[in-house]
Design a protein around this ligand. Structure first.
Ligand SMILES: C[S@@+](CC[C@H](N)C(=O)[O-])C[C@H]1O[C@@H](n2cnc3c(N)ncnc32)[C@H](O)[C@@H]1O
Length: 139
């Protein structure tokens, strides 16, 4: 992901770890999860990020109020395999802005969420991105 990006959707955001970090890189972040418990945690963790919308709903539910103008990037960390893959990928393709393309993830399990959001692996090892919001790095 580039160091600055416009509108990002984090699918299956869970407790909001990645979404919260993304708010430091993106103009707008929508964090989506179908679990009300996770949504509550994400709202608590990222409460101070003004550029974040935390949305409860299923990715495949067209009634969920996602951006009608699409997204410049979509993340789905450890969540795609919980969904019917074909339908989920079709939905995600429809949500990407023209010119954006899906990039299959390939991340060793040992890598942290903070590392994922960092532009270079070397930088990840040396300096984790400092959260802009106080609760951002909390488990
Ligand atoms: C293993 S957790 C990963 C959470 C987070 N991305 C992380 O890495 O910490 C998978 C999440 O995907 C959510 N999820 C599964 N299917 C979903 C769907 N169809 N729409 C939205 N969220 C979904 C679950 O509720 C769960 O919070």
């Amino acid at each position: 992901m580039p160091s600055r990006v416009g509108r990002v959707l984090d699918v299956g955001c869970g407790s909001g770890r990645l979404a919260c970090i993304l708010t430091t890189r993106a103009e707008r972040v929508d964090a989506l999860d179908r679990s009300s418990m996770m949504i509550e945690r994400a709202r608590r963790r990222c409460s101070e990020a003004p550029n974040l919308r935390v949305l409860e709903g299923d990715l495949l539910d067209l009634a969920v109020p996602l951006s009608t103008s699409g997204y410049d990037a979509i993340t789905a960390l450890a969540s795609l395999h919980h969904m019917p893959l074909q339908s989920a990928l079709e939905r995600l393709a429809g949500l990407l802005r023209p010119g954006c393309r899906p990039t299959p993830p390939s991340v060793p399990r040992s890598r942290s969420v903070a590392e994922l959001a960092n532009p270079t692996t070397k930088a990840c090892r040396c300096a984790r991105p400092r959260p802009r919001w106080p609760n951002c790095g909390q488990p």
